[in-house]
Design a protein around this ligand. Structure first.
Ligand code: AMP
Ligand code: MG
Length: 640
C-alpha cells in the first residue's frame, strides 16, 4: 500500500466514523462491536515506514525471520505481524476500558475479540487491504546513558480506534506479541507475571485520575513457555493510549542527525496527537512576575504560525509544543508524588509525549513513606526513587529540548526555505542556540511551577482542604511526610484513615492522642527514638494544625463533617494494587489456577474509593488493611 492509498483509507474510516456517530446518537447503543468500531491508521499513513518494507504487502510476504532485529533508519515504524498463538485464554477485561474505547459490554465474549487481543487476527487481508499492524521505532537514554535504537520489541500496534461518543482516538497495541526488528537480543514475549501487573495498575491509575496508558484485556498463552530467571507462562496485554510516542521517539532521529524526521515527527505530534497547533499553550509569565502561588493557565488558540515575543525571546509553535509536553509531564509526575506511585524505570523511552504514565515494569505504590524508596531492584543509584521522579522527568525533558533545539531556537526563521532544507548557518548558530537555551530554561521554570501547583492542589484535596494557604506546604504537607517517614507509617492508609476522622474527636489534646494510633500498623510504629507517647504526641500536634485548617475551610463540623469526609474519600483510595497484593494475585493465577481473583481485583482497581465491593469481604478487607510486615517496600527486577 502506498502512502497515498493508506491515507485515503484513513479518510474512508473517518467518513465511516461520521456515519457511525450519527447512528449512535440516534440509537444510543452504548457501544459498538469490535468490527464496527471506527478504525484508522493515521500514524502509519503520515510517518515514514521502514524502507526495507515500505508497504504492508512487502512486510506480509517477507519471511518472519527477515523482520527480526536490525537497525532501522529514516523511519518511525515497521509493518509487522504478530505471532499466532495456540489456545489463548482470555483471563480478563477491564469493563471501564471496554466502555472508554467505545466497545459494547459483552463484546469480550465474541470470537473476534478474543482472536484480536491475542494476536491471532488483525484487520487486514491481502488483496483487500485494511489496517496492517506496526511496531514503532525509537531510542532512549537508559539510566542516564545513551542506549541507541530500542523500539517496540514486543509490542505491536494493531490499529487506531475512534470512540464515536467521545471522538477520542486511541492506538491499540498488544504487548507480548512476538519478535520485531526492535526486539534486540530478546524474545518479543511477555510473561504472565508482568502482564498481570500492567493490566491491573494501568486501570488502577486511570481510576485514580492519573494520566496513563490503558489495559483492555489480559490473555494467557498456555503454549508459550517463556524463559526468564525460570520458565514462565506467556501472556498478552491488549493496551491502548492516545499516543505511544515517547521522548525516546525524538531521541533516535536526533542521535542520527535526522532533522527532517524530527520536524515531521514534531508536526505529527502537534497536529495528530494534540488537537492541532492551535491547541498549544501561549506564552505565560512565571516566577518573579507572579506571586509564588499563582497558577496562570495559558491562553490557547494562537494561529499555528504565530511568533510570540516573550520577555525578549521569540517563541514559535515548536516551543509551544515543547512546553505542552513539559506541562503535561509536570502534572502527571505531581500526581505520582501525591499518590506515592513510582514507575521504577523512568528512561526517556518510558516517558510519554502525551504525559501518560507508561510502561509498567518494576513499579510500585509507596507502603511506608520513604522518599529514598525505589521499587527497582537494579537501581542501585536510586536514580528513579520516589524523591527523584520530578527531577528525572525534567532531565528527560531536557533531552527532548535538545532534540527540538534547532526548531525552537530558530524562532521566526523556522519556516524559511533555507533553514528548512539546510538548517542553521554558521553565523546564525550562536543566536539560535542562545534562544533555544533560554526557552528550555524557562520551560524548566514552567515545569516546576506547574508541578508544584498540581502537587499542592492534589495534596490539599487529599487533606480535605478547599483552599490553599502558603503555610500549608510547610505546616501540613512537609510535616506530615516527616512524621510518616520518622514513624514508618503507611503513606496511602494515612489519608484514607484521616478521611474518617471527625473534628469533634480532635478538640482536646487527649482526644487527638487517642486518635493518633489509628495511623499505626497492627504491630505499632517504627523508627528510632520514639516512645508510644512521643509518637502519639507528634501526630496529635499535626492533627491540631490540620483541624484548624479544616475549620477555616469548612466551618464547625456538623453536616459539613459528613460532606468533608465524603469529599476526602472521593480522592483517597481505600484500595491500591500494592506489590504484595499483585504477588498474591500472580501466585493464585499462575500456580493455583485461580481466575476469579483477577475479576475481583480489577473491580477493586476500577473503584478504588469504594468502602466495600461485595464480592469477597474477607479478602477485600485484607487487601485494604495493613501491608504484611515483611512484604513492605518490595522490589522487583526488570526482567519481564
Ligand atoms: P522496557 O524496559 O520494558 O521499557 O523495555 C526497553 C526496551 O527493551 C524496549 O525497546 C522493549 O521493547 C525492549 N524489550 C524488553 N523486553 C523485551 C522482550 N522480552 N522482547 C523484546 N524486546 C524487549
Ligand atoms: Mg519501555
Amino acid at each position: 500500500m502506498s502512502f497515498r492509498t493508506a491515507f485515503s483509507q484513513t479518510q474512508v474510516f473517518r467518513s465511516r466514523l461520521g456515519k457511525m456517530a450519527s447512528q449512535l446518537s440516534r440509537a444510543d447503543t452504548g457501544g459498538l462491536s469490535l468490527s464496527d468500531l471506527p478504525k484508522s491508521n493515521v500514524f502509519t499513513s503520515k510517518l515514514p515506514p521502514d524502507p526495507s518494507f515500505e508497504t504492508p504487502e512487502a512486510s506480509h510476504r517477507a519471511q518472519r525471520e527477515r523482520l527480526y532485529p536490525r537497525m532501522v533508519k529514516g523511519a518511525l515504524f515497521t509493518f509487522v505481524r504478530p505471532e499466532t498463538n495456540e489456545d489463548p485464554e482470555l483471563l480478563g477485561v477491564s469493563s471501564k476500558a471496554i466502555q472508554d474505547i467505545g466497545l459494547k459490554a459483552g463484546e469480550e465474549n465474541t470470537t473476534q475479540f478474543k482472536a484480536v487481543v491475542s494476536g491471532n487476527e488483525f484487520f487486514w487481508e491481502e488483496g483487500r487491504g485494511g489496517i496492517y499492524p506496526w511496531a514503532q521505532c525509537y531510542g532512549g537514554w537508559q539510566f542516564g546513558a545513551w542506549a541507541g535504537q530500542l523500539g517496540d520489541g514486543r509490542a505491536i500496534s494493531l490499529f487506531e480506534s475512534i470512540n464515536p461518543m467521545t471522538n477520542v482516538r486511541y492506538e491499540v497495541q498488544i504487548k507480548g506479541a512476538g519478535r520485531t526488528p526492535y526486539s534486540r537480543f530478546a524474545d518479543g514475549k511477555a510473561v504472565l507475571r508482568s502482564s498481570i501487573r500492567e493490566y491491573i495498575v494501568s486501570e488502577a491509575l486511570s481510576a485514580l485520575g492519573i494520566p496513563t496508558t490503558r489495559a483492555l484485556s489480559l490473555t494467557l498463552l498456555p503454549k508459550a513457555r517463556v524463559l526468564r530467571e525460570r520458565v514462565e507462562p506467556g501472556a498478552i496485554v491488549c493496551r491502548f493510549a492516545e499516543s505511544w510516542l515517547r521522548i525516546g521517539t525524538f531521541d533516535l532521529p536526533h542521535s542520527r542527525g535526522d532533522r527532517d524526521l524530527i520536524r515531521k515527527l514534531a508536526t505529527y505530534a502537534a497536529e495528530d496527537v494534540f488537537n492541532g497547533w492551535e491547541s498549544l499553550p501561549a506564552a505565560v509569565s512565571l516566577g518573579k512576575d507572579l506571586p509564588a502561588d499563582t497558577v496562570e493557565e495559558p491562553a490557547r488558540g494562537l494561529p499555528w504560525d504565530k511568533i510570540q515575543k516573550h520577555q525578549g525571546v521569540e517563541e514559535n509553535r515548536f516551543a509551544r509544543l515543547y512546553r505542552e509536553i513539559a506541562r503535561r509531564n509536570a502534572k502527571t509526575v505531581a500526581a505520582w508524588q501525591a499518590y506515592g506511585f513510582m514507575n521504577g524505570v523512568l528512561n526517556t523511552d518510558n516517558t510519554s509525549i502525551y504525559g501518560l504514565s507508561l510502561d509498567y515494569g518494576p513499579f510500585a505504590f509507596m507502603d511506608n513513606f520513604d522518599p529514598q524508596y525505589t521499587p527497582n531492584h537494579d537501581d542501585h543509584m536510586l536514580r528513579y526513587s520516589y524523591k527523584n521522579q520530578p527531577s528525572v522527568i525534567w532531565w528527560n525533558l531536557v533531552r527532548l529540548g535538545e532534540c527540538l533545539g534547532e526548531l525552537i531556537g530558530a524562532g521566526s526563521q523556522v519556516d524559511e526555505e533555507t533553514f528548512v532544507k539546510q538548517g542553521v548557518t554558521e553565523d546564525a548558530a550562536p543566536s539560535l542556540i542562545k534562544r533555544a537555551e533560554s526557552i528550555i530554561e524557562r520551560t524548566g521554570d514552567e515545569y516546576r511551577t506547574v508541578f508544584l501547583n498540581e502537587y499542592k492542589r492534589l495534596m490539599s484535596k487529599r487533606l480535605g482542604l478547599q483552599t490553599q494557604k502558603e503555610s500549608d506546604f510547610q505546616d501540613l504537607f512537609s510535616e506530615l511526610l516527616d512524621i510518616l517517614e520518622a514513624l514508618e507509617l503507611d503513606f496511602n492508609h494515612f489519608f484514607r484513615r484521616l478521611s474518617n476522622v471527625s473534628l469533634a474527636d480532635l478538640a482536646s489534646e487527649t482526644g487527638r492522642k487517642g486518635v493518633a494510633p489509628i495511623f499505626f500498623h497492627a504491630e505499632g510504629f517504627g523508627g528510632i527514638g520514639y516512645t508510644e507517647d512521643s509518637a502519639k504526641e507528634r501526630i496529635a500536634k499535626w492533627l491540631d494544625k490540620w483541624r484548624q485548617r479544616v475549620l477555616e475551610d469548612w466551618g464547625p463540623e456538623n453536616d459539613a463533617g459528613a460532606k468533608r469526609q465524603k469529599a476526602m474519600k472521593e480522592v483517597n483510595p481505600k484500595f491500591l494494587p500494592r506489590s504484595w497484593i499483585l504477588d498474591e494475585i500472580i501466585d493464585r493465577v499462575e500456580r493455583r489456577g485461580d481466575r476469579d481473583i483477577l475479576r475481583r481485583a480489577m473491580n477493586m482497581a476500577l473503584n478504588p474509593f469504594d468502602e466495600e465491593w461485595g464480592l469477597n469481604q474477607e479478602e477485600e478487607e485484607r487487601f485494604c488493611g495493613d501491608v504484611p510486615r515483611f512484604q513492605r517496600a518490595m522490589m522487583c527486577s526488570c526482567s519481564s
